[in-house]
Design a protein around this ligand. Sequence first.
Ligand SMILES: Nc1ncnc2c1ncn2[C@@H]1O[C@H](COP(=O)(O)OP(=O)(O)O)[C@@H](O)[C@H]1O
Ligand SMILES: [Mg+2]
Length: 263
Amino acid sequence: MAIRLQFERVTKSFPPQRRGGEGVTAIVDVDVRVADREVVALIGPSGCGKSTLLNLASGLDRPSRGRVYVDGSEVTGPNSHVAFMLQRDLLLPWRSILDNVTFGQEIQHVERERRREIALKLLAKYHLGDFVDHYPHQLSGGMRQRAALARTMAMNPDVLLLDEPFSALDAQTKMVLQQDLARTLWEEKKTAFLITHDLLEAIALADRVLVMSRRPGRIVREIAVDLPERNNPMVRRQRPEIGKLMAELMSLLDIGQGDRLDG
Ligand SMILES: Nc1ncnc2c1ncn2[C@@H]1O[C@H](COP(=O)(O)OP(=O)(O)O)[C@@H](O)[C@H]1O
Ligand SMILES: [Mg+2]
């Protein structure tokens, strides 16, 4: 199976912010391979280097040591093989929802009519068909994240990089969006790297869960989820195996022993 995303012994240190200050080593010797169509979740304590890892995959930042590959090519800068979805939706306030969704394709020089066609189809799919001419401030948080998902999918990336995409949403809205995302990843045969501090979200959506240590972040364990219905997190959440998987992740993160995981 083709490897879509690979971190090869990746270390990232940041220099001191001021003279005489100390630098920060965010992550150390991270090795990860994500195969075609796989959904891999990454969990770990706040500040352990999760977002740093994602920035390296997107080409927004470069590793101090080691290499990052997407689709077999080393990542040396932003590229159209990957697309992002973050906790903040990053919608442009002065553009309509439709024009926000077409924005990524404009950068990719997709022809105007084709852009519209793709965007309208995705907006309908994510239940935003009646809101294409609205502006971001007129939409709820959940609707905005659905628009952000539509924009991400409109770019037709090989790899989706998702950094706590639902963590600002209320529990119910979050579940609906998890369902939309999981279906999309499955139906469109996409590869995804999902950062989350929601253990149940990791189990419900992913094929594997990677656990990172406190900073400097290292991958300390990999848990295969091994449950059916990755396209249906609502069903997965109700399976009897969930409790055991949750307990395993909680103990790896030292939750319940005085430590907090607060993303
Ligand atoms: N651009 C930067 N300059 C200096 N330090 C940074 C920078 N980006 C992140 N860090 C530091 O690296 C560590 C990991 O950050 P981050 O990857 O955002 O953690 P997480 O996403 O797991 O909460 C933190 O200590 C953070 O302060
Ligand atoms: Mg982060």
